[in-house]
Design a protein. Sequence first.
Lengths: 571, 247
Amino acid sequence: MKKTILVCCGPGCIAYGGLDVAASFREQIATLKMDVKLETVIKQTGCHGFCSRGPLVRIMPDDITYYRVKPRDTEEILKSLDNKPVGRLLYHGVGGNILKQQETPFYSAQKKLALRNVGEIDPKNINDYKARGGYEALRKALTMEPEDIIAEIEKSGLRGRGGAGFPTGLKWRIAAEYDNFPKYVIMNGDEGDPGAFMDRALMEGDPHGVLEGVIICALAVGATKGYLYIRDEYALSLQSMKDALADAEKAGFLGDSILGSGRSLHIEVVRGGGAFVCGESTALIESIEGSIGEPRATFAYPTEQGLWNKPTIINNVETFINIPLIIDEGGAKFAETGTPTSKGTKVFSLAGKVRNSGLVEAPMGMTMRKIIFEIGGGIVGNRHFKAVQTGGPSGGALPESLLDLPIDFDTLVRYGSMMGSGGMIVMDDWTCMVAVAKYNIEFLAKESCGACVPCREGLRALSMILTRICEGKGEPVDLEIIKSICELLTQTSRCGLGKTAANPVMSTLKYFPEEYEEHIKEKRCRAGVCSMGRSTVVTDSADMAAIVAMAEAARKVSYGVQSKDKTGAES
Amino acid sequence: MNIVIDGKTCEARPGEYLWDTARRNGIDIPALCRHDALPGRGCCRLCIVENENAVGSRSVIVSCVFPVTEGLKIHTRSEKIIRFRRILLKLLIERAPQAEGVLLDYCREYGVAGNGELFNDNTNEKCILCNRCSRACQELGNSAIQVTQRGIDKIVASPFNEPSPDCIGCAACARVCPTGAIACTDTREQRTIWNKTFEMVKCAECGKPFATAEELEWMKPKILDFESNLAYCPRCRGRHVANSAMV
Ligand SMILES: Cc1cc2nc3c(=O)[nH]c(=O)nc-3n(C[C@H](O)[C@H](O)[C@H](O)COP(=O)(O)O)c2cc1C
Ligand code: SF4
Ligand code: FES
């Protein structure tokens, strides 16, 4: 039987030499004159999500996965194809070597719905997608009444994956009811959270899956024009979605009269405005209209007065990719996974001080302990877990005592954090929580659009006070000032950025009050991160900036290698 | 339709913003970024009020951009609102310690003083970034000054801080500024504003300088009988028009 070798060329694997491994395979196959199909899989998941063990090589149909493969290993792998697998390159589990990727602890606890095709198909090939049932949901949707499509989405319990968790079906229903045309559908691919790259993984790994969701949405609400708003630096995502649009149009899934149905939809790709706040839905609309990307001050929702003041649906990339699945298999099936109020799965980008970092898709309701210690393999360097920051910079830091909380939209909010786009940064006991709060506030102050006073001046004040505390110049009254500014921010800011910006401060104050006390009263930083006004710092870089820089590196890797990506087309 | 503000039943017009309803009913809500001639922008948040729903729970809303609906129950001076307004004023006066005008009046009314304890960056700032000036300029169709940069670096400036070719020296921006932040120096002969100096035109009747030449040029296409009208300052113009109507 003909074998296929999949070499992962996602950002993580490329960083570890994935391209060299692919090249070496190609050479060896030529010298050994073997009848083997070689595929370089360009995915942005960082090696099937498991980037810390890259480069990954997968042999199909045997489904054997090798880790940390070097060019010098390729000959041995090729020669082993019809014999025993190369033991030393396999995953070493507790009970011996593990052949199948799905059986390693990193994967077995995961549930791939959104990422169902990522890494399994060639994203540039529409036929690959179709072979896995792609665009069947669209065919089905064309036979359904818009009302029934929406009912199915409502039944699924799907909530928006872009941050706030608004029920998707309800959003569509509201927009569908307005008798005001034309209507618009917008895909939010701005992905501004530092270190998050799940949307990118989807746009680059399964562009047609995302697109099919967008088309079905347009059919349901009666939109005839769509925009894919994609973060400016994501050159590969931009290209991938543009190619998908062209191929889908050629195949009749888009354009005038979709599959001869008489229903039309035209979609354009728009480059993002390049600021974190441009991901906010009304700022994004302003940005598409050509104005500066500032959130709108009005109280009207985009579902009523969105783009050009017409009814508009904005959904996140990950929200959209769940749609074909729901139409295919039914809303009830989708709702079997998850918690009573949050259905399905969520893709997290696990980063920081965990052994296995990467993209992880877990059913809603999984505990943070399971994600961090089972899938993530625990804390690096035998240190102790201290906190996990969920929801990006405007989320909160949760302590060890809350590790057994089931993760869903409402639970996280109840404990002072949020789901956000699914960032999850793990911190060990060498981390200073005051410095973490300061880092996040500085990020938000820099990214605030600056239109409204509580956010612009409030964040500036918070950042100054926190800096003072970290320099050993804090006073007890500072904590009172911090709290009142936080309350102001939450209740009077114009948009979600300001409204959630207090989370990183309030959560650290709530769960780690002793660290603030020590900084202020004893002029001491237990983690040794803050200078406290002294000239020397005692520890390694356990601070947030370094952790986030690491996570950012993962998503930036492929920016540098775009020119080399052509290898991905080869097979 | 009717709404209740601070216990008083008020008549409200559909399509109206809450702030305007309150004012028409004799209830003043403080405002810095709102201006009658300019669409509200919801920047300063000073006009916040509390909205009480049917079950008695309250949320903070921004009255200058909040469209009224039947049956609202509003509190404009609750303990929380006063507390929030004081923090907002504190943030503003600390940001712009040299501010004059309305901001100072509000600070006095709410018992807020700036003493440089919040931001330890000594500044001569007067601007609170309410956007009134840039909106006024935009409304007039010139857009010579804009709010540029993002977040805490935001400033109002002419493009690249150079004298703007679009500026006609009308000083509308300086007039709408609530803190006296826009430097505009007038002499009998010249006006200097936004790094640009203009020659002043004197009234044909009273001889007072009343506009820049560029401003009059800009007004020309908008006024029918400009030759006779634009020679006079607004005061004399009125008299002149009245006189010519009599003969
Ligand atoms: C400051 C800010 C940044 C945001 N950035 C993003 C983003 O990058 N991507 C995204 O999908 N949603 C982002 N959102 C959420 C959007 O406003 C919006 O809620 C979302 O796109 C709706 O889609 P959903 O219902 O599918 O989640 C952001 C919100 C705020 C307040
Ligand atoms: S809350 Fe912040 S980001 Fe949002 S409008 Fe106000 S200043 Fe801009
Ligand atoms: S007057 Fe309403 S926000 Fe400024």
